[in-house]
Design a protein around this ligand. Structure first.
Ligand code: 13P
Length: 263
């Protein structure tokens, strides 16, 4: 099955709503021909909650071919949960995606696999596609246990998820040691774990379902390394941090097919 590549920019705690608007506008302008030339790549940005309304207004008004979503979602529906943002609120803002279980949230907010399974459910309850983030730290990598560690995260976060939902999920393999460090995993490292994730989806669901799920790589992705990573059969896109804040660089990443054919 042909999987549409997804290039998603995780802006993390950067850009106010004015900067976000400017960045999306520039990105859309830079990609204006890409739809025609390389139309089978989906591009998305994940701004801060405070920018979502502005991004929605811009994307809707100008009918931009850019998807957007949030960086987190509450596992709760409503009520006394100060500071949390519910899936229904994100859905009202037209969010297509939401990142769930980014390593920075697992680390700084102690998010457990049980909580993440609830967040995945909350996203689907509201028609939002979760981008479930998994990946090992340096100590696990040094022990050579990256596959079993990452698959245990998959098992935990997909607990109880039915096939109807699972077939829509996006999974991002982001080795923690490669995030924001400039140390990019080799294409072979990315393929090893992304391939193992697809294998686990086959075991949990079916080969047909696993074949349709997009598995992204994240960690120090740049325009100079995206093409070789995207050459790998089980890598279907990228979750880009730092480089997604620069529209020129992010647009080059989104146009990775141009690099692949040497344009
Ligand atoms: P960098 O691209 O800055 O390494 O961040 C990756 C990431 O965490 C995306 O979610």
């Amino acid at each position: 099955m042909a999987r549409t590549p997804l290039i998603a920019g995780n802006w993390k705690l950067n850009l106010d709503h004015l900067e976000a608007t400017h960045t999306v506008q520039k990105l859309a302008w830079l990609l204006r021909d890409a739809k025609h030339d390389f139309n089978e790549v989906e591009v998305a940005v994940l701004p801060s909650f405070t920018s979502l309304r502005s991004v929605q207004t811009l994307v809707d008004a100008d009918k931009l071919d850019i998807k957007y979503g949030a960086q987190d979602i509450s596992a709760n529906v409503s009520g006394a949960f100060t500071g949390e943002v519910a899936g229904s609120q994100l859905a009202k803002l037209g969010c297509d995606y939401v990142a769930v279980g980014h390593s920075e949230r697992r680390e700084h907010h102690r998010e457990s696999n049980e909580l993440l399974a609830a967040k995945v459910g909350a996203a689907f309850d509201n028609g939002i596609v979760p981008i479930l983030c998994v990946g090992e730290g340096l100590d696990v990598r040094k022990e050579g246990k990256q596959v079993e560690f990452t698959l245990a995260q998959i098992d935990g976060a997909l607990e109880g998820l039915d096939a109807e939902r699972a077939k829509q999920i996006v999974i991002a393999y982001e080795p923690v040691w490669a995030i924001g460090t400039g140390e990019v995993a080799t294409p072979e490292d990315a393929q090893e774990v992304c391939g193992a994730i697809r294998g686990r989806l086959t075991e949990l669901y079916s080969a047909e379902l696993a074949d349709g799920v997009r598995v992204l790589y994240g960690g120090s992705v740049k325009s100079s390394n995206i093409a070789s990573i995207m050459d790998k059969p089980d890598v279907d896109g990228a979750l880009v941090g730092g480089a997604s804040l620069d529209p020129d660089e992010f647009a080059k990443i989104a146009r990775f097919r141009a690099h692949q054919v040497g344009l």
